[in-house]
Design a protein around this ligand. Structure first.
Ligand SMILES: [Zn+2]
Length: 160
């Protein structure tokens, strides 16, 4: 134990010197010099420490897990709300669908549905991955929150 951790009462004695009696972590002053208020504060401190200790041992883990889950569901709720507000299903009369991670425009009829197979134009990534030429894909979602320029789906692949 270092000198800093040893607390003494410090209240003036009858002789006018600071009281040198050691006090415990919760106590404000020694038994002789503590006022009623000092004792009340010390008791509250002890009670708080005890409760904090109990919470720390039993439910702190599950409580913070609960809080994290609460926050996660709030974030998910906001994300869905934002998605709903910003999702567009149409650009200039063309249907907008999601194929994999990318959004495309569809000018054909009838409208595409999730699960439809389509032929997509070559892009930078597909050229590197599959070589030049169009590639096949499956519609994975309707609408997009993306605001950049979109490529057109070349055609619907039927019964393939
Ligand atoms: Zn004292």
């Amino acid at each position: 134990m270092t000198q800093d951790q040893v607390r003494t009462c410090g209240r003036p004695t009858k002789a006018g010197h600071p009281c040198k009696i050691r006090v415990s972590s919760s106590d404000i002053a020694c038994g002789t010099h503590a006022t009623e208020q000092d004792r009340a504060v010390a008791e509250a401190h002890r009670r708080g420490y005890r409760e904090g200790y109990e919470v720390g041992n039993s439910s702190a883990g599950s409580y913070s897990k609960f809080r994290i889950e609460q926050l996660e569901s709030q974030v998910e709720e906001l994300r869905q709300q934002l998605d709903k507000e910003t999702r567009i299903h149409e650009i200039g009369g063309d249907q907008v669908v999601q194929v994999g991670g990318y959004a495309y425009r569809w000018r054909g009829r009838p409208p595409l549905a999730v699960g439809d197979r389509v032929l997509l134009p070559e892009n930078y990534v597909s050229r590197m991955k599959y070589g030049p030429g169009p590639m096949e894909g499956t519609v994975t979602g309707l609408g997009t929150t993306y605001r950049g320029p979109l490529a057109f789906i070349l055609r619907r692949l039927e019964g393939e």
